[in-house]
Design a protein around this ligand. Structure first.
Ligand SMILES: *[C@@H]1O[C@H](CO)[C@@H](O)[C@H](O)[C@H]1NC(C)=O
Ligand SMILES: *[C@@H]1O[C@H](CO)[C@@H](O)[C@H](O)[C@H]1NC(C)=O
Ligand SMILES: CC(=O)N[C@H]1CO[C@H](CO)[C@@H](O)[C@@H]1O
Length: 444
């Protein structure tokens, strides 16, 4: 069925009044009730009202016009422009914000904080995501390096000694990521390590602390490794304790018994990873009661005898059971991924069945779940359309496509599976975000 669709453009809301004093840096406060400081934004940024109490200098220009003293001109229904306030919580199978429904929909952008993008490019990236009506972006809060290689990194290792990078290409860079997401009305799901060797991940901890080639799954069980990971997590999480633009922390991207570079110990099972997830999520909850916590796993189902690989969660290479992990009280929501091409399955009916089977576990656990990564290489619009219908009708809380794409100052962002503004999938995503918000009665 063809549906009329018109793409709504993102517009900055009003500029605040200006009285010439000193200049406010980008992302600094420039107005708001009871605010008496300077109101002129640094060159290349404009003052944007986020709420009655807070206006912020946001990268952009005012089109050569002096800032206007009148309030809001145009806003669109499809794009939230207010900076996030309040922490997202859960209630039954739903996410909530300030007691009202909150729809989790958007995209992954692992690259936004890693590729040395400046604030203006970060702003473009988040603007392109927000303009679909998205509420959330998932990104990497890790890059473990033994030799810094030019991109941003958050922890470097010299032998068995890790050093968290607090500098301009470290957590200060992530501060900019958070501020840029926030300025575009988005919240972040931040993943704190990787099963895979991309950007370091678990094997760096294991190799540096226990010796090269030690089993991947020692990441989950070795006390020295667990202590080092907790130290990293604590520094990262504590820095953003009071930041409402963080929606959730994730323990790892796609944890499995097996990684990219080393073997498994042969002693890794569902209980290995669920025990680790329970300990790590309780640890985060003990230092941060504001934010939600999830695993970040692919959502494998444990159905012994099922011939399909991703239903063999107890396989010694996987060690994940979606239902078992949903039972962990310090985990707030469940995640699953959907990549039929890499899993050797057809897009459908496999894909819609996979969504329905997770919805069944969601109902049993009474926690929200999201399809937080998915992708296919052929017939994207038809296939995603069918998956989105399944998400919408099964009450799965939402989804984040892999992955966002933007045209930035040095060209295209990582084109792998990327959805660029104006593409057919981008337009489909915009319709889907509106449908999910309408389903949930999300007031944004
Ligand atoms: C196997 O793992 C369990 C916990 O998952 C642990 O108690 C046991 O000591 C491990 N055995 C070996 C040989 O590593
Ligand atoms: C999850 O917890 C419920 C309630 O305690 C229990 O009935 C169910 O068997 C558990 N599921 C798994 C997979 O552990
Ligand atoms: C599931 C998945 O995407 N796995 C890939 C992650 O990345 C590593 C490389 O670092 C690949 O080997 C995996 O196949």
């Amino acid at each position: 069925m063809a549906r009329f669709f018109s793409l709504l453009l993102w517009t900055l809301p009003a500029f605040t009044a200006v009285s010439a004093q000193s200049t406010v840096p980008v992302f600094g406060q420039c107005g708001g009730e009871n605010y008496n400081g300077p109101t002129t934004c640094a060159a290349g940024s404009v003052c944007v009202i986020q709420n009655p109490f807070y206006s912020q200098c946001v990268p952009g220009d005012s089109g050569g016009l002096p800032p206007s003293t009148t309030t809001a001109t145009t806003t669109t229904v499809s794009t939230p422009t207010a900076a996030p306030t309040g922490f997202v919580k859960t209630s039954g199978i739903h996410f909530t914000l300030n007691g009202k429904p909150f729809t989790v929909v958007g995209a992954n952008s692992y690259w936004v904080g890693l590729m040395n993008y400046g604030i203006a490019d970060m702003n473009t990236a988040f603007h392109d995501i927000a303009a679909t009506g998205a509420s959330v972006c998932r990104t990497w809060g890790f890059n473990e390096v033994t030799t810094p290689d030019g991109v941003a990194f958050y922890q470097s290792w010299s032998g068995s000694t890790p050093t968290i990078n607090l500098g301009a290409n470290g957590l200060e860079n992530f501060d900019n990521v958070v501020a840029a997401a926030k300025a575009n009305g988005l919240r972040l799901i931040v993943t704190l390590t990787n099963n895979w060797s991309d950007y370091g991940g678990m094997d760096v901890y294991v190799n540096q602390l226990l010796g090269q080639g030690q089993p991947h799954d020692f990441f989950y069980t070795n006390p020295t490794v667990i202590a080092a990971y907790k130290n990293y997590v604590k520094t990262f999480v504590t820095r953003y304790l009071n930041e409402p633009a963080i929606l959730a922390w994730e323990l790892a991207n796609e944890p499995r018994c097996l990684g990219s570079t080393s073997a498994s110990s042969g002693n890794c099972s569902i209980s290995t990873i669920s025990t680790w997830a329970a300990e790590m999520s309780a640890f985060i909850k003990s230092i941060d009661s504001n934010h939600l916590v999830a695993i970040g796993d692919e959502g494998f189902i444990n159905d012994p005898g099922n011939p399909i690989f991703v239903y063999q969660g107890s396989s010694p290479s996987l060690g994940i059971d979606f239902a078992t992990n949903l039972n962990i009280s310090t985990l707030d929501f469940g995640t699953f991924h959907l990549y039929p091409d890499s899993w050797g399955e057809p897009a459908n009916p496999f894909g819609t069945q996979w969504i329905e089977d997770h919805a069944t576990a969601m109902t049993a656990s009474n926690k929200p779940i999201i399809m937080e990564e998915f992708g296919i290489t052929l017939d994207e619009v038809d296939v995603y359309g069918s998956w989105y219908s399944a998400i919408e009708s099964t009450n799965v809380a939402g989804d984040l496509i892999w992955q966002a794409g933007s045209i930035l100052s040095n060209g295209e962002s990582d084109p792998n599976g990327a959805v660029f503004p104006g593409s057919a999938v981008y337009i489909l995503d915009t319709q889907h975000a509106a449908a999910l918000r309408a389903r949930d009665g999300d007031p944004q």
